[in-house]
Design a protein around this ligand. Structure first.
Ligand code: ACO
Length: 323
C-alpha cells in the first residue's frame, strides 16, 4: 500500500526571546505564577514586519535541507495557521513563492492548536492517494499579533514560531511494522467556540481581533479529548503506551501534558517537552518539538512516535508514525 513517511524536520523561532521576568514588567504577573501553572519560561516574539510566511519559509528551508530534498521537488504544501499574513491569499502560497516553487498546490488549513495534526493528516491522505509525491507540512504562527497584551490570563501563554516536515510517498508492505504514518484521527465539535476564540474576523468585525479564553474550561476538556484520540490511534495500530518510543504532544501547558501522559500510562521519560522554551505556539508547537528532539538525537529512525493536539473549535487529533 502507499504510505507517506517523514524525510526531514525543520523549525524556526524569531530572535526576540521574552522571559517571564520581562513580561512581568508589562503586566501584573510573575515568573513563579507562569512557571508553576504552565511550565513556560520564555516565548519568542516576531519582529515588526516579520510575518507568519517568513517564519514558515525559514522552517521549510531547514526541513528541506535536513531531508536532502530540493524545493522544486515539492508538489504539495499544506500550512496550518490561525494567524495568516493576510485574510487571503493562503499563507501557503506565499511560502510556495518564497521557495521558488511554481508547480503543484499550496493551501492553508485552520484548526488552531490542532493545525499541524490536521495538516499532516491532509498531506498524508493526498500522498497515500497517489495524487502527489512530496509534501511540505508546516505549522506557523504569529500569535503575538492577536494577543491582548493587557490580559494577563492569556498573553503570558503564547508565542511565535514555525516548524515543518518533508513527507514523501512510498510503497509500503501495509503492516504496522512499516515506516511512515500508520494512523491519523481528527475530531471537532463547534459547540465549544466561546471557550477559546478570537473576537474578530473579516465577516464579523472587519478586524483581526484578540484571543479570548476560558482557561479552566479548556483545561477541563483537554485531557479527555486527548485521551480519546490517542486511544483511537492505539486501537487502529495495536501500539500502546509501553510500545511507543516517543510522545510529542502539542506544547500548550506542562500540566495538561503530564496529566494526559499519566492518564494514558505513558512514562514521562518518553515525553518531549519544549513548552518551557517557546510557550504555546499553536500549530507550530508539535513540529518545533519534533525538530528539537530530532536534532538533539532523541528521535531516531525506526522509532514509533505519537503526536496529539487539542485547540480552538474545539478541534483535536492524533497521529502515530514510525520514523
Ligand atoms: N499572573 C498572575 N496571576 C494570574 C495570571 C497571571 N498571568 N493569570 C491569572 N491570574 C490569577 C487569576 O486572576 C486568579 O486570581 P484570583 O484567584 O485572585 O481570582 C488566579 O491567578 C487563578 O486563576 P485561574 O484562572 O484559576 O488559574 P488556573 O490555575 O486555572 O491557571 C491557566 C490558568 C494556566 C490558563 C490554566 O487554566 C490552563 O492552563 N488552562 C489551559 C489553557 C491552555 O493551555 N490553553 C491553550 C490553548 S488550548 C490548547 O492549546 C490545548
Amino acid at each position: 500500500m502507499r504510505r507517506s513517511r517523514i524525510l526531514g524536520f525543520g523549525s524556526y523561532l524569531p530572535a526576540n526571546r521574552v522571559t517571564n521576568e520581562e513580561l512581568a514588567k508589562r503586566v501584573d504577573t510573575s515568573d513563579e505564577w507562569i512557571t508553576q501553572r504552565t511550565g513556560i519560561m520564555a516565548r519568542h516574539v516576531a519582529a515588526e514586519g516579520e510575518t507568519t510566511s517568513m517564519l514558515a519559509t525559514k522552517a521549510a528551508e531547514r526541513a528541506l535541507a535536513d531531508a536532502g530534498v530540493k524545493a522544486e521537488d515539492i508538489d504539495l504544501i499544506v500550512l496550518a495557521t490561525a494567524t495568516p499574513d493576510y485574510t487571503f491569499p493562503a499563507t501557503a502560497t506565499q511560502v510556495q513563492a518564497a521557495l521558488g516553487i511554481t508547480k503543484g498546490v499550496a493551501f492553508d488549513v485552520a484548526a488552531v492548536c490542532s493545525g499541524f495534526v490536521f495538516a499532516l493528516t491532509t498531506a498524508d491522505k493526498f500522498l497515500a492517494s497517489g495524487s502527489h509525491k512530496r509534501a511540505l507540512v508546516i505549522g506557523a504562527e504569529t500569535f503575538s499579533r492577536i494577543l491582548d497584551w493587557e490580559d494577563r490570563t492569556t498573553c503570558v501563554l503564547f508565542g511565535d514560531g514555525a516548524g515543518a516536515v518533508v513527507l514523501e510517498a512510498f510503497e509500503a508492505a501495509g503492516t504496522n511494522e512499516d515506516v511512515g504514518i500508520l494512523t491519523t484521527h481528527l475530531r471537532s465539535d463547534g459547540r465549544h467556540r466561546e471557550k477559546l476564540y478570537v473576537d474578530g474576523g473579516p465577516s464579523t468585525t472587519g478586524t483581526a481581533g484578540h484571543l479570548r479564553m476560558e482557561g479552566k474550561e479548556v483545561f477541563k476538556h483537554a485531557v479527555g479529548m486527548i485521551t480519546d484520540v490517542i486511544t483511537d490511534a492505539y486501537a487502529a495500530t495495536g501500539y500502546n503506551s509501553s510500545t511507543i518510543d516517543w510522545f510529542v504532544p502539542h506544547q500548550a501547558n506542562r500540566r495538561i501534558i503530564t496529566a494526559s501522559a499519566e492518564k494514558l500510562g505513558i512514562s514521562l521519560d518518553k515525553v518531549v517537552l519544549t513548552v518551557q522554551d517557546h510557550g504555546n505556539t499553536s500549530a507550530a508547537s508539535i513540529p518545533l518539538a519534533l525538530d528539537t528532539a530530532w536534532r538533539d538525537g532523541r528521535l531516531k529512525r525506526g522509532q514509533v512516535v505519537l503526536i496529539e493536539a487539542m485547540g480552538g473549535g474545539f478541534t483535536w487529533g492524533s497521529a502515530l508514525f514510525r520514523l
